[in-house]
Design a protein around this ligand. Structure first.
Ligand code: SF4
Length: 251
């Protein structure tokens, strides 16, 4: 695995277009493909926005909230991930594996590899959980119901709905194809759930702790949910909320 020194500026090619102009910045310590191989993962697909042969480290003094492993998984090479990100002041970790023992809050994707058929219900050590992310389509809504009932209603942990986008049409059951439209999203073209249907699903699961990632707009600057949940997590535990850094530059 390549380990690169921390950079002092962010190269144009390293700016995730989804995050441009937002309070978030990506950090991906590992290199190569993620061995979880979650279905339709943007990171593992050819259309990912940057190389996977080099680590991505924003400057240590970045004023932004560092999102560790939007691509890849913080529980893979976990010790290296923790050590190499230790100097970032404001950060959270992404994982789709059920271990939340990190020196900062964690966003847990509870149905990564087995998106359509199961979701992980974790019962212990939930204090670091900043949010649970559920990869949502029209044929796993029964699971979404259970995930919200357990994490949001019972455990009071925010749930973020991410509507699945499909590069490969074969991953959409024929009876649901009518609800998907093929169009560009940020860099690549996908089959995307019709926005009207997204609203319908979202409306059916409305709750103060339930929100959606990229509904309406795919850009983080139009959303702000991650930053809000990060600050909620901090304030609830007696820490000072992160102040806004918008907008020193467009990166
Ligand atoms: S929830 Fe919002 S801020 Fe977070 S990754 Fe999705 S679009 Fe960006």
């Amino acid at each position: 695995m390549v380990r690169r020194r921390i950079q002092t500026v962010v190269d144009e090619k390293d700016v995730n277009p989804k995050l441009a102009g937002s309070d978030l910045i990506d950090c991906i310590p590992q290199t190569g493909q993620c061995s979880n191989y979650c279905l339709e993962c943007y990171y593992n697909h050819p259309g990912f926005y940057r190389t996977k042969s080099e680590s991505l480290f924003p400057p240590y003094d970045t004023p932004k909230l560092v999102r560790v492993n939007s691509g890849h998984d913080s529980n893979i090479h976990r010790e290296y991930v923790i050590e190499s990100t230790s100097k970032y002041k404001e950060k959270f970790y992404n994982t789709s594996l059920p271990n939340f023992d990190f020196p900062g809050p964690v966003v847990f994707t509870c149905n990564g590899r087995d998106t359509d058929f199961s979701a992980m219900v974790v019962t212990k050590n939930l204090d670091n959980l900043m949010a649970v992310r559920f990869r949502t389509n029209l044929w796993n809504l029964d699971l979404l119901y259970e995930v919200i009932a357990y994490y949001a209603l019972k455990k009071k942990i925010p749930v973020t709905i991410t509507f699945m986008r499909y590069a490969d049409v074969k991953n959409i059951p024929k009876q649901f194809l009518n609800f998907y439209v093929y169009r560009k999203s940020i860099l690549n073209e996908y089959y995307i759930l019709d926005p009207v249907k997204q609203d319908e699903v979202f409306g059916n699961y409305a709750h103060e702790l339930v929100g959606a990632c990229g509904k309406g707009s795919s850009f983080c600057r139009d959303c702000g949910r991650c930053k809000k949940l990060y600050n909620d997590w901090k304030v609830k535990r007696g820490f000072k909320a992160m102040t806004s850094v918008l907008y020193i530059n467009s990166n």
